[in-house]
Design a protein around this ligand. Structure first.
Ligand code: GRF
Length: 201
């Protein structure tokens, strides 16, 4: 009998460059995993265009269709169950994951954060806020963290990090670019380790 294939759901709100890096890794064809769907709260996201270009089913689920957050959470959770999703990869998803989804898929939801957690994480720490804070704190190193998502912001088990130097002349923009390059290496590596059984969730 062949090994299980992991059905991966990507959640992305914006450009989706991390999602693309993982899809490109999956396309090498040596991992027991498949990009099963892309979900976004943003019907105009770059992630949608990427999903279409890659022929991956795209779903737009947001407060537009479900003003009640609990109903949105349930719709998302039902979709994930229907599509037999094994792993949820958050890649620049700007919404908090709801209680039903956490309770059904807890431990199998990943996120990437653009700083070395547990530093520079928590509510409000996203996007440029993170890089601004790192530079203001005069930190000497930063870099991405991949972690498991639980009900608290940026608190779940850390699965991997890559250190990136913070240079004296860095601006938040230059630092972001240097960290993002490493995100595109780290996230596919961690997903590969999970589906190969080298990291057990
Ligand atoms: C990345 O900086 C990631 O660390 C954060 O959101 C951003 C997503 O970028 N969680 P992209 O949409 O993958 O290009």
């Amino acid at each position: 009998m062949s090994a299980k294939t992991w059905n991966i759901a990507f959640f992305a709100s914006h450009g989706g460059s991390n999602m693309q890096a993982i899809i490109d890794r999956l396309k090498l064809g040596d991992l027991p995993a498949k990009a099963a769907l892309v979900l976004s709260n943003n019907s105009k996201s770059g992630a949608k265009q990427r999903a279409e270009a890659e022929n991956i089913p795209f779903y737009h689920l947001s407060s537009v269709q479900y003003p009640n957050p609990d109903e949105l959470d349930k719709a998302i959770c039902d979709l994930l169950i229907e599509k037999q999703i094994d792993l949820i990869v958050l890649a620049g998803y700007m919404k908090k994951i709801g209680a039903s989804t956490i309770s059904k898929f807890g431990g199998r939801i990943l996120n990437i954060h653009p700083a070395l957690l547990p530093n520079f994480g928590g509510e409000g720490m996203y996007g440029m806020n993170v890089h601004n804070a790192v530079i203001e704190a005069k930190a000497k190193v930063s870099g991405p963290t991949v972690h498991v998502v639980d009900e608290y912001y940026d608190k779940g088990r850390i699965l991997g990090q890559i250190e990136v130097p913070v240079l004296d002349e860095d601006t938040p923009d230059t630092l972001q670019a240097r960290v993002l390059e490493k995100e595109h290496i780290l996230y596919p590596e961690i997903v590969a380790k999970i589906v190969r059984g080298e990291i057990v969730l």
